[in-house]
Design a protein around this ligand. Sequence first.
Ligand code: SAH
Length: 393
Amino acid sequence: MQHTTRIVLKSGKEHSVLRRHPWVFSGAIARVDGEVHNGDVVEVVNNKGEFLAYGHAAEGSISVRLFGFEQIAPNREFWKNKLAVAYALRRKWGIIDNPQTNIYRLIHAEGDGMPGLVVDVYGNTAVIQTHSVGMHEMRGVLAELLVEVVGVKAVYNKSAEKLEKNSGQRSTDEYLIGSRGESICREHGALYSIDWETGQKTGFFIDQRENRHLLGELAKGKKVLNTFCYTGGFSICALQGGAVLAHSLDSSQKALELTEENLKLNGFDPAIHKTIKADAVQYLKNLEVDYDIIVLDPPAFAKHLSARHQAIQAYTRINEAAIRQIKPGGLIFTFSCSQVVDRNLFAGTVMAAAIQAKRDVRIIQRLQQPGDHPVSIFHPEGEYLKGLVIEIL
Ligand code: SAH
């Protein structure tokens, strides 16, 4: 058997691993038996040398990202089985062979027992985004396995930006298998042109699928403002659901062009849709249209704990402006995708905004990421998307 470097934990530091929390912090390590490089597969043992888990060594405060809690060698079969388990969950969840939707997340990092890896599927193409050197080094094998398990025709590696930010390691965005194929995909029956090569994230905010769909169900006869629209998904769902008007706002020209393209693809009457290039808060402060529904889906303002305070202020500003301006009886779909802003903190932030706006606000529904973005119960940090539908009286 191949010799694997062993990471020996300090006495008492094995508890979180026994509970299947997928991270080992540097402070938990007593010593390393052997040589270790960033990305190596290592065995984590307790201070008596007993096996606890397999993981990828990393640099920084998280020293090992764990992917296996049983003593099963992480060979090709092991990884193939992981992908098959993840694929089976998506099938159970109804998004495989679904005539309405062929866009979904296949691997959601820790939520699928594969820390450092995200895989999104767009029709016949899988897009891999690695956040750790260990997963990045496996991209070739993973690409082959994606073809075997999912049957995709192409696999695109979109790791350069994330990987460099997370680990300093360089990567080239490229096709690992196949080439650019059909990029028009479906979500709940609507068509989207997906640009995984140059778009944000892997090209699309898949995590908002069910929340966009809910908006569609409430939109009949309504006037909708979709701020932070990116590819225009909330607007398209609103129009699909019978909205009489949808305005899509973003500060990025590219985003507005993508929105226009997607609107055309779905054949909506251009007279009932408009794109607006503006800063969301500025536009909301000078609101002139009596919208019935406003969507607030800003980017993750706080990517780290250190930025949380500023992020809260930014969320408060946006929510306050929308709550102040929306007509009585209007609904706001408000979101935060910052992992460090938890559900309670977010609700508290919206409450602070309501106090400042001096309006009466009721929570109608709480929203979250969908089933193809699962959260390991041992790793609550995996829950990042939270939203509220609020009514403003
Ligand atoms: N709601 C989208 C995803 C939003 S991503 C969806 O369903 O797909 C966040 C978007 O906010 C990006 O497109 C970014 O360009 C835009 N953005 C960032 N800061 C902004 C600001 N101050 N005003 C308006 N848009 C902004």
